[in-house]
Design a protein around this ligand. Structure first.
Ligand code: ADP
Ligand code: MG
Ligand code: MG
Length: 247
């Protein structure tokens, strides 16, 4: 599904990714862990096509296509979803309006019919229920006045509605209390655990991985994957710290 081969990228002339390679197959969950400043968020931004991130080498193939040649909205339309650590607030726009616009823009890009208001509300209700959100909440302005946990749940509702084939989730667990962590973890499983889908979870902590079991765990340091293993690698990191495990 995703083949990243020797990716190099920089911001403002500063090299951040240094030959990063990673292959993610359909049906798999991969966790990426690593110290602060390692380049984890940069990887997510580069895959999403955020302006200012310059790719200076390597390639990324997504569903058989050259991801780096696509515009950000084209990447989303072919099934890439990015979840961010700090979801933005959009005053004056309700979640329902925002989500319907986002979904229909993608459908039109793919040559599909946009959903009607009624069809959309039915879908939104179903996905909101997975994240234990009521529709009243989705009628409020995007993220305005939402708690950290509510923002993350709203973002997972968005993921459910857009129904991506690959989700890259950057520290989706940060700022969540134990109950919200479980709801978000179960939501990720309900939405993304399927033979034709895959997830890359970027996280500092093992605790999210108790809910969303990774097939592989990778350590990203200094802009590349320096070690890969099974779920036990995350436990080892939690116990011993990066310095020990990477030594
Ligand atoms: P992580 O998510 O692993 O904590 P980041 O990808 O956010 O790391 O950052 C990797 C490195 O890139 C850090 O050293 C950070 O300071 C640097 N960096 C991030 N954004 C910029 C920027 N706009 N200009 C210069 N350096 C940046
Ligand atoms: Mg960080
Ligand atoms: Mg980060």
């Amino acid at each position: 599904m995703l083949i990243i081969d020797s990716l190099h990228a920089e911001i403002d002339g500063k090299k951040i990714l240094n030959g990063l390679s990673l292959t993610v197959n359909a049906g798999e969950v991969h966790a990426i862990m690593g110290p602060n400043g390692a380049g984890k968020s940069t990887l997510a931004y580069v895959l999403g096509g955020r302006p200012g991130y310059e790719v200076t080498g390597g390639s990324v193939t997504f569903a058989g296509q050259d991801l780096l040649a696509m515009e950000p909205h084209e990447r989303a339309a072919v099934g890439l979803f990015l979840g961010f650590q700090y979801p933005v607030e959009i005053p004056g726009v309700s979640n329902v309006q925002f989500l319907r616009e986002a979904l229909n823009a993608q459908r039109i890009q793919r040559g599909e019919e946009p959903l009607t208001g009624g069809e959309f509300l039915k879908l939104a209700k179903e996905k909101a229920a997975l994240l234990r959100m009521d529709m009243e909440m989705l009628k409020r302005q995007v993220n305005v006045g939402f708690s950290g946990g509510e923002k993350k749940r709203a973002e997972m509702v968005q993921m459910g509605i857009l129904n991506p084939s690959l989700a890259i989730l950057d520290e989706t667990d940060s700022g969540l209390d134990i109950d919200a962590l479980r709801v978000v973890g179960e939501g990720i499983n309900a939405i993304m655990r399927a033979p034709d889908k895959a997830v890359v979870l970027i996280t500092h902590y093992q605790r999210l991985l108790d809910y969303v079991k990774p097939d592989q765990v990778h350590i990203l340091a200094k802009g590349r994957i320096v070690k890969s293993g099974g779920p036990e690698l995350a436990l080892e990191l939690e116990r011993e710290g990066y310095d020990e495990v990477m030594a």
